[in-house]
Design a protein around this ligand. Structure first.
Ligand code: XLS
Ligand code: NI
Ligand code: NI
Length: 435
């Protein structure tokens, strides 16, 4: 272990610990609702943020110190980064990771060479996974950084660009399969438009669906059994991204016959960019039996960008874990920290503080969520609020055994309806009992 010499293995020391390199709340083996915290969370680290994000912003260059990285596009540099990453995973005690093809291996501006580099790094990652007992949550192809994708990848006006994107997806799927990846994600950063003046939206969406169908077919061919995900995001980088939110993604999947093949990978900051809360997005996905995985982060209300901050808001983590428990837990998915340090937090040890904070925040969220469920008052209130649907006229409507005329006759004979309070403030107070 050579790259973080001053950082110890991070362990659970309990809430009274003052050690900044210890978990105060995340106790991996603690059992909650019959399952260990480790298995509830299935934490993942994002290769792109941990290893490749120099922390530049639109006004300034990279600040992150990465003494192990010679900044070259050599395969050797890529292999070394993988070693650093696994030392990080080991010390922070995170079991899973996620990557883009071009995070782990260099873009060499030559498809054959880039693919060969990807294969080399993949073989090394496989050795590292075995040596450290780590697993791949999902892989993906970067179809948004290179200039060739500036006008889209699957939705490019150029069929040749589409083919190039398809080749990258094929290679990234091969690599994900080789690494036993439990999922494969499509995030359409450039799948959208800058202006409708030059855009044939119908045709572009047809092409996007075509690529996803091709990926599903290819998965069958190579025996990839992992879960496919679509990750919604409304904008940044493009003006409008087709996968703008959970509802839009689900509509797209239904329209193109892809519902059974894809679930959603929801990211908190993308929900807020879409003008929704994360809980709204999770509810929409769960109700359609389509919540797959979570990119865990949070945004900044004042900046309003996709700032990808580490999640520290306990209301947020409590809400997310309530939803995760409600759906019966993750199967292939997990909590992937798609989050970066602030530009000012440029030292390697900040990687640790950032992830420790996120893991502890989710541990507190999980405990609070389980306590709210055990208490039962919140669920009881909601159930009672809809009591009128359990019998009488409500039950008939739900059973679809009533006509509009019958409802009219019923209402005419029923007088002015009364309705109970929504009790929002009481419920907010109740929530606060657990935070
Ligand atoms: C960017 C996205 C991206 C995806 C993977 O905003 O969150 O990081 O998770 O391509
Ligand atoms: Ni993401
Ligand atoms: Ni994002």
């Amino acid at each position: 272990m050579a790259y973080f010499p001053d950082i110890p293995h991070v362990r659970y020391e309990g809430p009274s610990s003052k050690n900044p390199f210890a978990f105060k709340h995340y106790n991996p083996d603690e059992i909650i609702e019959g399952k260990s915290m480790r298995d509830h969370m299935r934490f993942g680290a994002a290769y792109w943020h941990v290893m490749r994000n120099g922390l530049s912003d639109p006004f300034g260059g990279a600040t992150a110190l990465m003494p192990w990285d010679d900044q070259s596009s050599s395969v050797d540099n890529a292999l070394k980064r993988a070693d650093v990453f696994f030392e990080f995973l080991e010390k922070i005690d995170i079991d899973y990771y996620c990557f883009h093809d071009r995070d782990i291996a260099p873009e060499l501006n030559d498809l054959a060479k880039s693919t060969a580099a990807l294969e080399k790094v993949t073989a090394h990652l496989k050795e590292l996974q075995n040596a450290h007992g780590k697993k791949l949550l999902w892989g993906t192809a970067c179809l948004f950084s290179h200039a060739r994708f500036s006008q889209g990848a699957a939705t490019s006006p150029s069929a040749d660009v589409f083919a190039y994107a398809a080749a990258q997806v094929k290679a990234a799927m091969d690599s994900t399969l080789a690494l036993g990846g439990e999922g494969y994600t499509f995030w359409g950063g450039r799948e959208g438009y800058s202006t409708l003046l030059n855009t044939d939206m119908k045709r572009e969406l047809d092409h996007l669906a075509a690529l996803l169908h091709l990926a599903v077919d290819y998965a069958k061919k190579i025996g990839f059994k992992g879960q496919f995900y679509i990750e919604p995001k409304p904008r940044e980088p493009s003006t409008h991204q087709y996968d703008s939110d959970a509802a839009a993604c689900l509509n797209f999947l239904r329209q193109y016959g892809l519902m059974g093949h894809f679930k959603l990978n929801l990211e908190t900051n993308h929900a807020t960019l879409a003008g929704h809360t994360m809980l709204h997005e999770m509810t929409v996905a769960i109700d359609a039996d389509s919540l797959g995985s979570v990119d865990a982060n949070q945004g900044d209300e004042l900046i309003g960008w996709d700032t990808d901050q580490f999640p520290t808001d306990l209301y947020l983590t409590t809400g997310i874990m309530q939803k995760v428990l409600e759906m019966g837990g993750f199967t292939t998915g997990g909590l992937n920290f798609d989050a970066k340090r602030r530009r000012e937090s440029h030292e390697p040890e900040d990687l640790f503080h950032a992830h420790i904070g996120g893991m502890d925040a989710f541990a507190r969220g999980l405990k609070a969520a389980a306590a709210i469920r055990a208490d039962g008052r919140m669920a009881d209130f909601v159930a009672k609020r809809y009591d009128s649907w359990n019998s009488g006229i409500g039950a008939k409507v739900e059973a679809k055994s009533v006509t509009l005329e019958e409802l009219s006759t019923y209402a005419l004979g029923n007088g002015e309806p009364t309705i109970g309070s929504g009790r929002q403030e009481m419920l907010e107070n109740l929530l606060n009992e657990f935070i």
